[in-house]
Every structure is written in C-alpha cells, then in structure tokens.
Ligand binder design. Structure first.
Ligand code: FES
Ligand code: FES
Length: 178
C-alpha cells in the first residue's frame, strides 16, 4: 500500500479475482479496498496515479472490459470480482506504444507527466467509443481529468491526430515512474 494512504482496516477479507492487462490476479482484499489500492498497492502497477482519491482529478483512470474510463479511486475492489480492467501499462502492445501514446510524444502533450496516464486512458476511451471524435466528444471525454501544468490544447491535438500513428508507434519506454 502507498505510504501516504492508510491501510484499509482488515474487516472481512475475501479473495478478489481480477484480470489486469490480460493477467489473472488473486488478491486478498477487504470491503475498504478500492481498485486503485489493488492496482498500485497490491499489484505494484504504479503507472496509474493517485491524486485526490475523491473522484475529482482523473489521474487514477483505468478502463473496464469495454474500454470505458472508470475512476479506480472510487471503485470498491470487491465489486469487480471476476472482471477485467486495463491500466496504462496494458496499452502498449508487443513492446510498441499505442498510437495515442505516440501521438502524445509527437505532439508534446506531456509536461511533468503526473496526470499523463489518466489523460491518456481518458483519451483512449474517447477513441474506443468514437474513432473519429468530434471536438465535443474530446472535450467531454477529457473533462474529468485535471492537468496542473497546462491546459488540454496539446492533448486535444494528440487525440485528433492519434489515427496517424496506427501501425507506426514507437518502442515503449522501460522503467517505472511513481
Ligand atoms: S485519484 Fe481518482 S479522481 Fe483523483
Ligand atoms: S503534465 Fe503535469 S499535471 Fe499534467
């Protein structure tokens, strides 16, 4: 569990079976655990960021099995028993960045990077729903993620141009960024 968070009380623990990025995990959790607790604290997938933990900032965004954005900080883990989710680590394929990730690189849509996983997962959710999104779709889809460094101008540019990088995305970087 992350140092800054309180460990959820023991309560009545149960085994959660959850597929994350295609891999099945079995984790002992209590009713107080959120998906974010499981992703970061139990599975060590630190790409998904922890911000407000109250549903306001969007940095904890992951996808359900329909590719829709969900806020992992607000989602009780046990409600997702038997389900599948995708985190930012699951977007790349075969060591290659997803087109939306490459678009962020090419369009300089990243500054400090803290919000970036949540913004990219929200952006990918827009594209999952609408491969050629209108400006209103992009605005709606990004409305729930806050970037403290800058606005969404470059981000929106990347979303509009992600199609250009299909099949030509660059190698996924190694290492982790907590
Ligand atoms: S950490 Fe989930 S919305 Fe802010
Ligand atoms: S790039 Fe720094 S918070 Fe968004």
């Amino acid at each position: 569990m992350d140092a800054k968070r309180e460990t959820p009380p023991a309560g009545r623990s149960r085994v959660l079976r959850l597929v994350v990025n295609g891999d099945l995990h079995e984790v002992l959790v209590t009713p107080r655990h959120t998906l974010l607790d499981v992703i970061r604290g139990e599975l060590g997938l630190k790409g998904t960021k922890e911000g407000c933990t109250t549903g306001s900032c969007g940095v904890c965004t992951v996808h359900n099995d329909r590719g829709e954005a969900i806020l992992s900080c607000l989602t009780p883990a046990l409600e997702w028993d038997g389900e599948s989710i995708t985190t930012i680590e699951g977007l790349e394929s075969g060591g290659r960045l997803a087109p939306i990730q490459q678009a962020f690189v090419e369009h300089h849509a990243v500054q400090c990077g803290y919000c970036t996983p949540g913004v990219i997962m929200s952006a990918q959710a827009i594209l999952n729903a609408t491969p050629e999104p209108a400006e209103a779709d992009i605005n709606d889809g990004l409305a729930g993620v806050i970037c403290r460094c800058t606005g969404h101008i470059k981000v929106k540019e990347a979303v509009r141009n992600a199609w250009r990088y299909a099949g030509g995305a660059g190698p996924a970087p190694g290492g982790s960024h907590d």
